[in-house]
Write a protein that binds this ligand. Structure first.
Ligand SMILES: [Zn+2]
Ligand SMILES: [Zn+2]
Length: 392
């Protein structure tokens, strides 16, 4: 099967894929609530002849299809969850649930994988096993980690795993990737600085948590500037600073919420150590106490070299002259697929969602997945499965 016949075959199903995507779009479900979505996925996989496992990591689904006697296996992953956003697109197939919306295009990712499922089931032009992984809760709550804890790679061993994200602002279908870190780790320390507080007219009788917290915010800026290797990406953003109730009252506490991002485990560790030392030390220097709840979020998404070269080669075969973007640096947003890449070799890449003015950014109320990307992305997944599990 060549890339052009794969494309032709998938194009013949473009209308059906669009219909599936529009249906999923109308009924968005938040993290770990993807019951309807996972039922639709399971039913379609079953219809196509996949062995279907439901309920992995909550609402996760895995579809398995083997062909020939090959022992190799590949995992292809899509995410299914929506976001708590009120959709404003005005589209005929807009969300029917107020306050919930597929604003990250996971309706598209799910449909793409179902498109690949149909192609692979009908053609069976591979020798080995394909595991299609539909995960819950990519946004913030770590559905990938839950599936792994639930035995994902023990029950469904994968020699490599692959996933993509649609990317608004890049031309339709544009393939972008880099070996090594492609997305950042994100951690969220929450800091509470406490002091005795007191009357605003008598500062000498109190220790002021607001002044201490303000000094902490400033001192934290020295970590990236002075402690991190200047060639390593890192972010320390204090996103919230809450304290006080009246201008003449020195409050008893101040609360900071911080977003900490890094691209390698050593830098991640350094940031955690320095933040804790600075928060404690500066608070103490101001006569206050500090408590830190340092929540570790998603790790960095790190692509392995061979699998990245492989995914890139498939894109080059499919896209001909369409230039491939070799990303010079990671993006500092984070991605739950990172957990799967900690467990298995693999590659996470981006595909352009279109660059017209109508192509809004992810997580905005007027965003929509580009239907024209469905066939392109399903082709990429399908050809990766055929190439990874090539017949002798
Ligand atoms: Zn998102
Ligand atoms: Zn997303």
């Amino acid at each position: 099967m060549t890339s052009s016949t794969a494309h032709d075959r998938l194009t013949a199903h473009a209308g059906e894929l669009r219909a599936i995507r529009h249906d999923l779009h109308q009924y968005p479900e938040l993290a770990f609530e993807e019951k309807r979505t996972s039922e639709i996925v399971a039913r379609e996989l079953d219809r196509l002849g996949f062995q279907v496992t439901q309920g992995l990591g909550g609402t996760g689904v895995v579809g398995t299809l083997s062909s020939g006697h090959g022992r190799k296996s590949i995992g292809l992953r899509a995410d299914m969850d929506a976001l708590p956003i009120n959709e404003t697109t005005g589209l005929a197939y807009a969300s029917k649930t107020a306050g919930k919306m597929h604003a990250c295009g996971h309706d598209g990712h799910t449909t793409v994988l179902l498109g690949a499922a149909r192609y692979l089931a009908e053609t069976r032009n591979f020798d080995g096993t394909v595991h299609l992984i539909f995960q819950p809760a990519e946004e913030n709550i770590g559905g990938a980690q839950r599936m792994i804890e639930d035995g994902l790679f023990k029950r469904f061993p994968c020699d490599a795993v692959f996933a993509f994200h649609n990317w608004p602002g890049m031309p339709l279908g544009q393939f972008a990737v880099r070996p090594g870190t492609i997305m950042a780790a994100v951690d969220t320390p929450i800091v509470i600085i406490s002091g005795p507080g007191g009357h605003g007219a008598l500062p000498h009788k109190s220790a002021d948590p607001i002044v201490a917290a303000a000094a902490v915010v400033t001192a934290l800026q020295t970590i990236v500037a002075r402690n991190v290797d200047p060639t390593e990406p890192a972010v320390v953003t204090v996103g919230t600073f809450n304290a006080g109730t009246a201008c003449n009252v020195i409050p008893e506490s101040a609360k900071l919420e911080i977003s900490v991002r890094s691209c390698s485990p050593p830098v991640r560790k350094l940031l955690a150590e320095r933040i804790q030392a600075i928060v404690k030390g500066v608070a103490e220097a101001h006569g206050c106490r500090a408590a830190i709840d340092y929540e570790m979020g998603y790790p960095a998404t790190i692509n392995t070299a061979d699998e990245t070269a492989f995914a890139r080669a498939v894109a080059a075969e499919l896209q001909g002259d369409h230039p491939i973007i070799d990303l010079p640096a990671p993006t500092m947003i984070s991605e739950d697929f990172a957990y799967m890449l900690e467990a298995r070799p693999g590659c996470y890449f981006m595909l352009g969602n279109g660059d017209g003015p109508e192509r809004k950014m992810l997580h905005t109320p007027d965003y929509d997945f580009n239907d024209d990307l469905l066939v392109i992305a399903a082709g990429q997944f399908s050809r990766m499965a055929e190439g990874f599990l090539a017949k002798a």
